[in-house]
Structures are given as structure tokens and as C-alpha cells.
Design a binder for this molecule. Structure first.
Ligand code: HEC
Ligand code: HEC
Ligand code: HEC
Length: 105
């Protein structure tokens, strides 16, 4: 009985770790429709490569669930959603010069 419990515990741990590793980084992307501006592809790998850790974004800014956030034009301000970092200091700003860095038609 003890052995089975131990094996189960290990299995659950493995599933949890693999599940997390396969999430947004590890080459995964999240696409936003983006309206008239064109779709936005959020790339987990480029963000991980820039040193962003899971808890830099989760759960404070974004939930670990695609489509859980509604970002409008009015949300394109420093300190909100993508603008938490895309404020012109930590990363490129959400201004006229950079719309097409995120939005692709
Ligand atoms: C720079 C910010 C950022 C970092 C760092 C980040 N994520 Fe995310 N993650 C997002 C965004 C944005 C979404 C999409 C949320 C939405 O659509 O509401 C997301 C979505 C997810 C999802 C849901 C994917 C789906 O298809 O439903 C999972 C799971 C996830 N992240 C796990 C992780 C894990 C694990 C890490 C660290 C290894 C991580 N994320 C790092 C921003 C980030
Ligand atoms: C925790 C900080 C953080 C958050 C939150 C964040 N980013 Fe970034 N992002 C960065 C950094 C750092 C870079 C690289 C520096 C630069 O290019 O200015 C970057 C680069 C990018 C790039 C260029 C590289 C690439 O992947 O093509 C895009 C596009 C981008 N981010 C989109 C987004 C979008 C869309 C969101 C919101 C859904 C978002 N980011 C949220 C930190 C963040
Ligand atoms: C850091 C990445 C980033 C930059 C830079 C950026 N946006 Fe966005 N924008 C997003 C994301 C992510 C969404 C959410 C899209 C969705 O949910 O379909 C969004 C949504 C929007 C929407 C709402 C679309 C809708 O369907 O309601 C508009 C309008 C918009 N952006 C305009 C702009 C303009 C104009 C610029 C340049 C001044 C800009 N964006 C720069 C990431 C960015």
C-alpha cells in the first residue's frame, strides 16, 4: 500500500512538471484575434529566452488559460496586461512605432 502511494505521488509530480514545461514556453504560442489591427501572437519561447519566469506573468497578470483575458485598446497603458512590461523601459512600448511588433495583418 505504501509503495503504491509513493508511486502515485511520483507519477502525479511527473505529470505536473511535464504539463507545466509544455505550457506557454517550450515553443508554445497564444494567439489573440486582435480585431482590425491584426492578430497578435504571444510567443512563450521568446519571452522565456528574455528571462521572464512563469510567475512574472502568472497568476497576477494573466491566468494560465487561453482566452481568459480581454484586452482592449484602452488597456494599452503601462502597468496593464502586456503593458506591465511593454512600457518602454522593461520592453518596447505600446505606441505608434510598435503596433506592428505585436499586431500582424
Ligand atoms: C511574459 C508573460 C508570460 C510568461 C513569462 C508565461 N506566460 Fe503563460 N501565458 C501568458 C499569456 C499572455 C497567456 C494567455 C492568457 C489568455 O489568453 O488569457 C498564457 C497562457 C498560459 C497557459 C494556457 C495556455 C492555453 O493554451 O490555454 C498556460 C498553461 C501557461 N500560460 C503556462 C505558463 C508556464 C508554465 C510558464 C512558465 C514556464 C508561463 N506560462 C510563462 C503569458 C506568460
Ligand atoms: C513580464 C514582462 C512581459 C510581459 C507581461 C509581456 N512581455 Fe512581451 N516581451 C518582454 C520582453 C522583456 C521582451 C524583449 C524585449 C524587447 O523586445 O523590448 C518582449 C518581447 C516581445 C515581442 C517581440 C519578440 C517576439 O516574441 O516576437 C512581442 C511580439 C511581445 N513581447 C508581445 C507581448 C504580448 C502580446 C504581451 C501580452 C499578451 C506581452 N508581450 C507581455 C516582456 C514581457
Ligand atoms: C505588446 C504587444 C502590443 C502592442 C505593441 C500593441 N498591441 Fe494592440 N493588442 C495587443 C493584444 C494582446 C490585444 C488583444 C487582442 C485580442 O484579444 O483579440 C490587443 C488589442 C488591440 C485592440 C482591440 C482589438 C479588438 O478586437 O477589440 C486594438 C484596437 C489595438 N490593440 C490597437 C493597437 C494599436 C493602435 C497599437 C499601436 C499604437 C497597438 N495595439 C500596440 C497587443 C499589443
Amino acid at each position: 500500500m505504501k509503495t503504491i502511494t509513493a508511486i502515485l505521488a511520483v507519477l502525479i509530480a511527473v505529470v505536473f512538471v511535464v504539463g507545466a514545461a509544455m505550457a506557454v514556453p517550450g515553443g508554445k504560442t497564444v494567439e489573440f484575434a486582435g480585431g482590425d489591427q491584426g492578430k497578435v501572437t504571444f510567443d512563450g519561447k521568446t519571452h522565456a529566452d528574455k528571462g521572464n519566469k512563469c510567475n512574472d506573468c502568472h497568476p497576477k497578470i494573466f491566468q494560465m488559460k487561453k482566452g481568459s483575458v480581454k484586452i482592449t485598446k484602452a488597456d494599452h497603458v503601462p502597468g496593464k496586461f502586456c503593458g506591465t512590461c511593454h512600457d518602454g523601459t522593461k520592453a518596447f512600448a505600446q505606441d505608434e512605432a510598435n503596433c506592428t511588433k505585436c499586431h500582424k495583418k
